[in-house]
Design a protein around this ligand. Structure first.
Ligand code: FE
Length: 258
């Protein structure tokens, strides 16, 4: 039985589940999500070796390992891709990732036997079928990776935003007070997102979607249209990356001290 807090949406035939957080120690806290429709599943950004076997067992208990249809890799970071070989070896799923990273992902150690089950999606994104539902793989390039996708699920109206909206250090699962929550998101966005221009362009697309919930890969979930709109407003006005670091390219003058 999954705790209610981790069932983000359930209408009987379609479920959106936040899987248990098995990551501890030095790893950055990461959310791994599962979408199920008609018994078929897609796992989002499954992470590294230490969480792999626990997540695989949880998927087995929820839908059966053979019913995992897709493994979604939003971008190339190790907190997303590191255990991909294990996932491909133990399931029948197809992994989908930005085409930009297809030649780099094999460096995580992918066996020849399964390499052809990693499929690249072009920059424009695509729609995929899961059970009887459609999932939109939408472009989120440069946020932060230059090849980056998010998933919009029109049934649950959840946008899985990957690193966008990531927060670190708060002790709650759902954002209650947006103003208070900004402090946990600010540092990451200012340093990892290259410019405000790219945020404005993304918000313009995202505002066209009917979104009730934004579920990032790290930290708290933003629930309710009011908080979703507050998030968009905040992003539109946020200076980041090169807006703040114009003076970054200087030849160093001091020694590394370890
Ligand atoms: Fe990342």
């Amino acid at each position: 039985m999954i705790p209610e807090e981790r069932v983000v949406f359930d209408n009987g035939s379609h479920q959106n589940i936040l899987l248990e957080d098995f990551g501890h120690g030095e790893m950055v806290q990461s959310n791994v999500h599962l979408i199920v429709d008609g018994g078929e599943g897609i796992i989002l950004d499954p992470g590294g070796h230490k969480v792999f076997k626990h997540l695989l067992a949880e998927i087995g208990g929820l839908i059966g390992v053979d019913n995992l249809k897709y493994i979604f890799l939003s971008h190339q970071d190790p907190d997303i891709v590191a255990a991909i070989n294990g996932w491909l070896m133990t399931t029948r799923a197809t992994a989908i990732a930005p085409v930009l990273w297809i030649r780099f992902i094999p460096h995580f150690g992918v066996d020849r036997l399964v390499i052809n089950r990693i499929k690249g999606i072009g920059d424009d994104g695509a729609i995929i079928k899961l059970g009887n539902s459609d999932l939109y793989i939408i472009p989120a390039h440069f946020m932060h990776a230059p090849g980056n996708f998010q998933i919009y699920d029109p049934v649950s109206k959840i946008l899985y935003s990957g690193d966008l909206g990531a927060s670190l250090g708060q002790d709650y699962t759902y954002v209650e007070n947006f103003d208070d929550h900004i402090q946990y998101m600010e540092g990451f966005h200012k340093r990892y997102i290259p410019s405000n221009k790219i945020l404005k362009a993304w918000v313009k697309m995202a505002r066209q979607l009917d979104i009730e919930i934004i579920a990032p890969q790290h930290g708290a979930i933003m629930k309710g249209k009011d908080i979703v709109n507050r998030f968009f407003d905040w992003l539109e006005d946020l200076p980041c990356g090169i807006d703040l670091m114009e003076d970054i390219y200087r030849v160093p003058s001091s020694y590394f001290e370890g």
